[in-house]
Structures are given as structure tokens and as C-alpha cells.
Design a protein around this ligand. Structure first.
Ligand code: TYD
Length: 134
């Protein structure tokens, strides 16, 4: 299942003081978390992503607001996932092209990643990506 993109529901602890969700590595998500980053203050109409990773797996959560994640396997299969709740997220395995679009005002995308940042792990050329998937 580690090569399949999928939505993963997280635990929800309902409380009149406010609800709580959490995520544990190798429990709710199938990898060890080595990095967390977040994307915020995205101007209207902007897009993020537009690359694949050779090794990095990611879990993306809309902590606030909403956005779409478009995932492409380079073989003609393109899926769009809308993220708009903080109690689920999208697991993106390595070697899938991803683009983040349609950010709502004040949206916050939290990304848990399986690797520390490494510029060499990026595949930024779509044609190169497609060739690697042959
Ligand atoms: P990048 O992943 O290219 O953003 P996008 O989502 O638009 O593809 O990252 C943008 C810049 O931020 C790039 O110069 C690398 C830097 N960066 C880090 O230094 N550490 C990180 O963990 C990430 C995700 C990016």
C-alpha cells in the first residue's frame, strides 16, 4: 500500500472545549516523520508543488481552509483530492507528480515528510519524471 496515494482519516477527540486530532508515525501514516513544514499566506490563484520526489513520502493536511492536491503518476492517471478538514489528510508516496492549487484565503497546508530537506530528491522536470516512470 506504500505506493498508493490515499486519503487517511485521523482520530477525532470531540470535546466541548474544542476538538483534537493527532497523527502518529508508522501508525496512522506508513512512514517515520523526519520533517514538518507548512505553507501559508498563499496569494489568490497561486499554485505550489509541481514536482515529484525520488524518495520522500508525504502526508498533507489542511489545518485551516481548503486546497486541492492534483496527483499524476506520469502514465495518464491524474487524481484530484480536495483537502478541507483538519481530521484527515492525503498520503502521497514517492515518485508521484503533485501540484497544490485552489488555496482558499487563510488556508494552511501542513506537510509531514519522511526525509529531511534535500534538493537532490526533487524531480522538477515533468518529461524527466515521465521517463523515470517508464
Ligand atoms: P519547494 O518544495 O520547491 O516549494 P513548492 O511547494 O512550491 O514546490 O520549496 C520552496 C523553497 O523552500 C525551496 O527553495 C526549498 C525551500 N525548502 C526548504 O528549505 N526546506 C523544506 O523543507 C522545503 C519543503 C522547502
Amino acid at each position: 500500500m506504500r505506493n498508493e496515494v490515499k486519503m487517511i482519516s485521523l482520530p477525532r477527540i470531540f470535546d466541548r472545549r474544542g476538538n483534537l486530532s493527532f497523527v502518529e508515525q508508522e501508525n496512522h501514516i506508513p512512514f517515520q516523520i523526519n520533517r514538518t513544514f507548512w505553507i501559508y499566506d498563499v496569494p489568490g490563484g497561486e499554485e505550489r508543488g509541481g514536482h515529484a520526489f525520488k524518495e520522500t513520502e508525504e502526508f498533507i493536511v489542511a489545518l485551516s481552509g481548503s486546497f486541492d492536491v492534483v496527483v499524476d503518476d506520469g502514465k495518464g492517471n491524474v487524481l484530484t483530492f480536495q483537502l478541507n478538514r483538519s481530521y484527515y489528510g492525503l498520503y502521497v508516496p514517492k515518485m508521484l507528480w503533485r501540484q497544490m492549487t485552489n488555496f482558499s484565503t487563510n488556508s494552511v497546508a501542513m506537510v509531514l515528510a519522511s526525509t529531511p530537506y534535500d534538493a537532490n530528491d526533487y524531480v522538477r522536470d515533468y518529461e524527466v519524471f515521465k521517463a523515470m516512470k517508464q
